[in-house]
Design a protein around this ligand. Structure first.
Ligand code: ADP
Ligand code: MG
Length: 329
C-alpha cells in the first residue's frame, strides 16, 4: 500500500522548517512573512537566483548536489558584494512530493545552511516542472559593499582559487553521458567541480574596506571581468601564463585549456580589483584564508580586455560585444 501524498504544509514542516533561527531573525518559517532585524549601520544586500531542471542541472543529478549548488551559487552573490548572509528564502516548484528526493535535497541545502550559519527563513512551494529559486538576504556595513563599478586603471586583477574546473568537469560528464546511462557520480572529482561550488563568503567579508570592486565568476572570467570593466569605465590586460588553471585542465591541449580558464563558467571564484600599492598584503591574506589569490593582470584605461602571452603577443581579446581567440592549438 502506498503512503498518502504529503500535503504542502507537512512537506514544509518535515524538510524546510527547522533551520530558521539565527542572529537577526525575529521570526522564521510559518507566518506570512519572516521578520529580520539587520544590525545598525548595515545595508541590506538582496539577490535571487533560479535553477531549472534540464537547463541548470541534469534531471538525474543527485538531489543533494542540487540543493547544495542552488544555495552555494546564491550565496556566491553575497560573497561578491562583501555581504554576510542574514537569511535565505526557498521557492520550490516540484512535479511531485518525492520524499527521498526532498530529503536528499534538504540535506544538501542544510549542510551549507549549517556551515555558513545562514538560516532558511521562508519560501514558497508549488507544483510544476522542477525549478528552484533562492533569494538571499545579507548585510554589509554602509558604504563598504564591493561593487562592479568601482575598479580603477592601475588596480591589479586578482582571482581566488582555480579557473576552468567546472567547465572541464561538465565536459567530462557530457562525454560520459554519450556512452553510458545513469546519474553523475557524487564522488568523481570531475563532477565535484560543477556539482559543488564553494561560496567564497570568508574572502568577500575580508575584502571589504580593502577593495571596492568585486564580482563572482559565474559566466566565465572574460565575461565577468567584462562586466566590471564596463561598469567601471575601464579595460584590462591579462597575462595568459598567470591564470590559475584548474588541475583538471592539465592534460588538455594548451590552447583549449586557456580558453576554458578564460571562458568556462560556473567556477564561482571571486575576481576583485586590488590596489597595486597593497600588493605585498595579498600573500599573507591568501595564507590566512587558505585560498590561492592570484594576480592575473591589471585594469587599464581601456577600452576592452587584452590577454597577452609571455612575449607580449595578444592571444585573446574582448571588446564591445565580441570575443576573439587567437590561440587555437
Ligand atoms: P502564504 O500562503 O502566506 O504565502 P505559504 O503557505 O506559502 O504562506 O507558506 C507557509 C509558510 O511556510 C511561510 O512562512 C513560508 O515562508 C514557508 N514556506 C513555504 N514553502 C517553503 C519552503 N520551500 N521552504 C521554506 N519555507 C517555506
Ligand atoms: Mg506562499
Amino acid at each position: 500500500m502506498s503512503e498518502p501524498p504529503l500535503s504542502e504544509f507537512e512537506l514544509i514542516r518535515r524538510f524546510f522548517a527547522d533551520r530558521d533561527r539565527g542572529p537577526g531573525i525575529l521570526l522564521g518559517v510559518g507566518d506570512d512573512c519572516a521578520l529580520l532585524a539587520p544590525r545598525r549601520g548595515q545595508e541590506l544586500a538582496v539577490s535571487v537566483d533560479t535553477m531549472v531542471c534540464g537547463t541548470h542541472f541534469f534531471h538525474d543529478q543527485p538531489a543533494e548536489s542540487i540543493g547544495h549548488k542552488a544555495l552555494a551559487t546564491a550565496l556566491s552573490d553575497l560573497a561578491a558584494m562583501g555581504a554576510e548572509p542574514l537569511g535565505v528564502l526557498l521557492a520550490l516548484t516540484l512535479p511531485k512530493a518525492d520524499e527521498a528526493w526532498l530529503s536528499a535535497f534538504a540535506e544538501g541545502m542544510g549542510a551549507l545552511v549549517d556551515q555558513f550559519r545562514v538560516p532558511l527563513i521562508g519560501g514558497d512551494t508549488t507544483r510544476g516542472p522542477l525549478a528552484i529559486s533562492i533569494t538571499v538576504l545579507g548585510q554589509v556595513p554602509a558604504g563598504l559593499a564591493l561593487r562592479r563599478d568601482a575598479a580603477r586603471p592601475g588596480d591589479l586583477v586578482v582571482v581566488s582559487g582555480a579557473l576552468g574546473g567546472a567547465f572541464a568537469g561538465l565536459r567530462a560528464e557530457m562525454e560520459r553521458r554519450d556512452v553510458e546511462e545513469g546519474p553523475p557520480s557524487g564522488t568523481d572529482p570531475h563532477c565535484q567541480r560543477f556539482l559543488r561550488p564553494e561560496p567564497r563568503l570568508a574572502l568577500g567579508k575580508t575584502l571589504r574596506g580593502r577593495v571596492r570592486a568585486a564580482i563572482d565568476i559565474s559566466d566565465g572570467l572574460l565575461a565577468d571581468l567584462g562586466h566590471v570593466c564596463q561598469a567601471s569605465g575601464c579595460g584590462a590586460r591579462l597575462e595568459a601564463d598567470s591564470l590559475p588553471q584548474d588541475p583538471l585542465l592539465a592534460d588538455w591541449p594548451p590552447g583549449e585549456a586557456l580558453a576554458a580558464a578564460l571562458t568556462g563558467g560556473d567556477d564561482y571564484e571571486l575576481l576583485f580589483a586590488w590596489p597595486a600599492r597593497q600588493r605585498p598584503e595579498l600573500r599573507p591574506l591568501a595564507a590566512a584564508l587558505q585560498l590561492p589569490l592570484t594576480v592575473i593582470g591589471e585594469f587599464t584605461t581601456g577600452p576592452g580586455i587584452e590577454v597577452l602571452d609571455a612575449e607580449g603577443r595578444s592571444v585573446a581579446s574582448r571588446g564591445q560585444g565580441f570575443d576573439h581567440f587567437a590561440a587555437d592549438d
